[in-house]
Ligand binder design. Structure first.
Ligand code: NAP
Length: 641
């Protein structure tokens, strides 16, 4: 920085997350005195950055930080120091407001990526042996968040690949979901690739157009579009055992086409096959009816009688947006969502914060680290079930009951003037049973509007002109909007996938998709899934973190193939089965696995097939590199004689 704008600095110091700035200052000044006990934060489970440090001490910190930053600029903005391991751990513990356990240090160091030593740094990808890479051709399915990431890493590793994408553009879920109010509910400073920070997120939780721009920008910066075939979907894939290739039938605008790939990586997401409710007469409704993910922007809702079915994450966002324009809004609720109080959910990132992200070396990393830690495992203890829990079914443990009391109180306060509503909006299932939404009050405010009715009687029939509930009440509507979610547990649906011996993947799974570490399945060689079975999260982390772990592991698998000269790999059945037993045991001990909870996390067999039940550090460690002992590595041509 050539010249310091003191006005901008003062604004920045007001907006700073002080513990993150203190850690950055340790590196800028080479002095650890910034990690003082009196500046050490104490967070509460639902705190959103408040440090608990008294205002006088915060002011003292600002004054000292101002002097130190001014001095640093006067000295010509020297490069920050790289702390030794012990200091780094102290800094992490300071920012986290908690002692970082020993087994988290390397994991957090990797996520933090200070000084480029992280394995997530672009230099991480040891190029796959060049000759072997030349012989590989990898097909990636999907150009959303995970597919783009895969393309970037394959490029860096020197592996030949192409991406097929069913839509006409990149972005996946952020391209498809255009409903009013659509935005991310993980903080953007962690809901972004670790190696592609954005110092200019306009809001803490960006809206869909902003996110789509981010992913489009990444696709352009990494020159990925030339590798993507748009409006192309995979219909069928068949494993050819004699040649060790996947023969893939593609559906394109011009018809069908066959391609071959040595490996296939699916990056198709979990939440993009809209699910409509099984309600009698659904097809009879004469007016416009559409799903939230297929929003009809051509339908003007102004002055219309609108029904919304479902009160999940999508409805929670679009109901407050449309309530002001419709004549009447009837919201059909089967189960109310939990909402965590988040007052800054719709707020802009203060200009001062963006200044720090841009100008103070490593502030971006330490701020991301703070956000990451707060959602890493901080909330897990509150949603873990106690097998000896003697309380009622509204909780799964004593900490979960306390957590419940806290969040329920926040909901109750919002509906204090409407006891009838309070009774309906406070869930009776445990906190953590389903993904909690971020609540800044607009949901309950919308439900309180005079033109809104929240119906909790079950919906029994849809008619030509409206809907009927179990109590026999018929209501008339002009438009029905389904906020009823997705066929999440139908992994890789509707692709037909035939593996070894012609076995069909969907028949093999029989409605109960399983994979080893969410990525590989016995009998289906060289098929790798991102965001596959049991890799979703409920209260901890961002899904981008999971994708980054998975892609690193999959690249490791390709490297293993290249180095061993094997042509095919698949997990050993016993490894796959043992892993799934562990996962099921884990999920049974989480709020979302509790028998009283029904959600899309459970598949038609009642098994939790979506969620990772352990800590993030466990997924990170398990996916650093594939263990060759876990796999059957074969040379198919030899096998086929
Ligand atoms: P969802 O969370 O699955 O919600 C579907 C809603 O429809 C639920 O309230 C469900 O009730 C209800 N429903 C289903 N069938 C019904 C019926 N026959 N009668 C009445 N209600 C019915 O779907 P979503 O809101 O689209 O969200 C899906 C997932 O997408 C989220 O969990 C989240 O992971 C992701 N998402 C994220 C964001 C974000 O980051 N901002 C935004 C939107 C979505 P039950 O609960 O009783 O089943």
């Amino acid at each position: 920085m050539a010249k310091l704008d003191l006005g901008a600095l003062d604004q920045a110091l007001e907006a700073a997350h002080q513990p993150a700035l203190a850690a950055a200052l340790v590196q800028m000044t080479g002095d650890v005195h910034w990690l003082r006990p009196e500046w050490t934060p104490t967070y509460t489970p639902l705190s959103r950055g408040e440090t608990g440090v008294p205002e006088a001490e915060q002011a003292n910190f600002r004054a000292q930080a101002r002097a130190a930053i001014t001095d640093w600029v006067d000295r010509g903005s020297p490069a920050p120091t790289t702390p030794d391991a012990g200091t780094l751990r102290r800094m992490m513990s300071f920012v986290a407001g908690a002692d970082i356990p020993e087994n988290y240090a390397d994991f957090l160091n990797d996520e933090l990526a200070i000084g480029g030593q992280s394995s997530k740094d672009p230099q991480w990808t040891t190029p796959i042996l060049k000759d072997a890479a030349r012989r590989m051709h990898v097909l990636v399915i999907g150009a959303g968040m995970s597919g783009l990431l895969t393309g970037i890493r394959l490029n860096q590793a020197g592996v030949d690949f192409e991406i097929v994408e069913k839509n006409a553009d990149v972005g996946g879920t952020w391209l498809e979901n255009t409903y009013p109010g659509c935005r991310v509910d993980s903080s953007n400073h962690i809901y972004s690739y670790s190696f592609e920070p954005n110092h200019n997120w306009p809001q803490h939780f960006s809206t869909q157009p902003v996110l789509l721009d981010y992913f489009r920008g990444v696709a352009d910066r990494y020159d990925l579009r030339k590798k993507i075939r748009f409006e192309t979907s995979v219909e069928e894939m068949v494993w050819d055992e004699t040649r060790a290739v996947w023969k893939v039938s593609l559906k394109t605008a011009k018809g069908t086409e066959q391609v071959e790939a040595t490996a296939v990586i699916t990056a198709v997401g979990q939440l993009n096959r809209p699910r409509l409710p099984d309600v009698r007469g659904r097809e009879r409704f004469k007016g416009p009816a559409f799903h939230s993910a297929q929003w009809r922007h051509d339908i003007d809702l102004t002055g219309k009688r609108v029904a919304v079915i479902g009160t999940g994450a999508s409805a929670f966002q679009f109901v407050p947006e449309i309530v002001g324009k419709v004549a009447s809004l009837t919201v059909f609720q089967r189960t109310p969502p939990w909402g965590f109080p988040t007052s800054h959910y719709h707020e802009d990132v203060p200009a001062g914060m963006n200044w720090l992200l841009e100008h103070i070396p490593n502030y971006d990393k330490w701020y991301r680290f703070f956000l990451f830690w707060m959602v890493t495992d901080g909330l897990l203890a509150g949603v873990r079930a106690d097998p000896d829990w003697k309380g009622d079914e509204t909780a799964v443990s004593a900490p979960n009951a306390m957590f419940r009391a806290m969040v329920a109180e926040a909901l109750r306060m919002q509906a204090a003037d409407r006891p009838d509503l309070a009774e309906k909006v406070i869930p009776t299932y445990p906190v953590g049973g389903k993904r909690a939404l971020l609540d800044n009050g607009v949901w309950i405010a919308a439900l309180k509007q005079p033109n809104v009715e929240l119906v909790t009687d079950p919906l029994t029939e849809i008619t030509e002109t409206g809907a009927v509930t179990a109590d026999g009440t018929a209501r008339e509507f002009d438009v029905i909007i389904y906020g009823t979610g997705f066929h999440a547990s139908r992994f890789l649906y509707p692709m037909k996938i035939k593996g070894r011996g012609g076995a069909d993947l969907h028949e093999t799974w029989n409605g109960d998709a399983r994979a080893y570490l969410g990525m590989t399945t016995p009998g289906f060689p060289n098929l790798f899934m991102i965001y596959g079975p049991n890799t979703n999260i409920v209260v901890n982390g961002s899904i981008i973190f999971f994708s980054e772990c998975s892609v690193r592991y999959i690249l490791g698998c390709l490297k293993l193939l290249a180095e061993t000269g094997a042509q095919a790999m698949e997990p050993k059945p016993e490894v796959h089965d043992a892993f799934n037993i562990k996962v099921d045991e884990g999920n049974r001990l989480m709020a979302w696995g509790a028998p009283q909870v029904t959600s899309w996390y459970k598949n038609e067999k009642g098994r939790v097939s979506q969620n990772w039940p352990f800590a993030l550090v466990d997924y990170w460690r398990a996916t650093l590199a594939p263990d060759p002992q876990d796999f059957v590595l074969t040379k198919e041509r030899q096998m086929a004689g």
